[in-house]
Ligand binder design. Sequence first.
Ligand SMILES: C[S@@+](CC[C@H](N)C(=O)[O-])C[C@H]1O[C@@H](n2cnc3c(N)ncnc32)[C@H](O)[C@@H]1O
Length: 285
Amino acid sequence: MSTPWEEAENESLELRLLQEAILLKYGYDFRDYSQASLKRRVHLRMAASSLSTVSEAIHRVLHDPDFFDLLLSDLSINVTEMFRDPEFFRAIRDQVLPQLAGQPFLKIWHAGCATGEEVYTMAVLLYELGILDRAKIFATDINRIVIARASEGVFPIERMRSYTTNYQRAGGKKSFADYYTAHYDSAVIKSFLKKNIIFADHNLVSDAGFGEMDIIVCRNVLIYFNRDLQDRVVKLFSDNLSAGGFLCIGTRESIRFTKASADFETFNRVQRIYKYKRYTTGEKE
Ligand SMILES: C[S@@+](CC[C@H](N)C(=O)[O-])C[C@H]1O[C@@H](n2cnc3c(N)ncnc32)[C@H](O)[C@@H]1O
């Protein structure tokens, strides 16, 4: 009989093997995600699929791609909303976009955008400032299922009430209902908001960026990564921002201890908006 300590050690080995199996079979690298949160998610999937050990989950991952899709959805937590943290979007409206509004062309990347509510929020702000036509928005996520939903732009109608409140708290003065069409129990985002958005699956762990962006929004994603991966991803962002470009992360996240933090100055401390100032860590110097 093994002791509880040995059991725990075995399970942490199994979790590592699970991550190797996912990497070798499907190419997704979860090894630098926060292990406590990953373990919780794997356990939830095991309970939902009536599996009693992580080894059984490894077997299912290797032999059943549908099971892997479920696990991938569990591991990539997709909670989001329109005008999430209204004060953040008020800062984007009042402080960030006015600095860029004079440019002939604007490039914005939403990394880890989940089902896209955050991206359509940005499109509304750009539209209201009269610069949507000059913008190109890259909307990406590791999870191809959620990015497909993002590109559809169809959301449950019952959420529109709280999104309208969020919109107003973020400084919106128009009728929020003008941005969607009600269709049975769905709200369909109007096509003029979609036309400059490119949706793509993209993995921040392994894929390259899209070149010089004016704004990168990556909110509530870094929190799932360990310090080493946060370092690499913030470096990816600094390599893909134009000088003076903005990096926006979640209000519970920080770039302060990452290696590329010296490349940025704080623009809005509370809303975690940083400005890319110089190339201290990359070959761009
Ligand atoms: C909690 S949601 C955040 C959604 C949105 N940014 C917001 O703040 O409302 C986190 C998203 O990050 C995505 N994600 C996790 N790991 C990723 C990675 N390696 N590359 C790209 N996206 C990732 C997940 O699939 C999920 O959709």
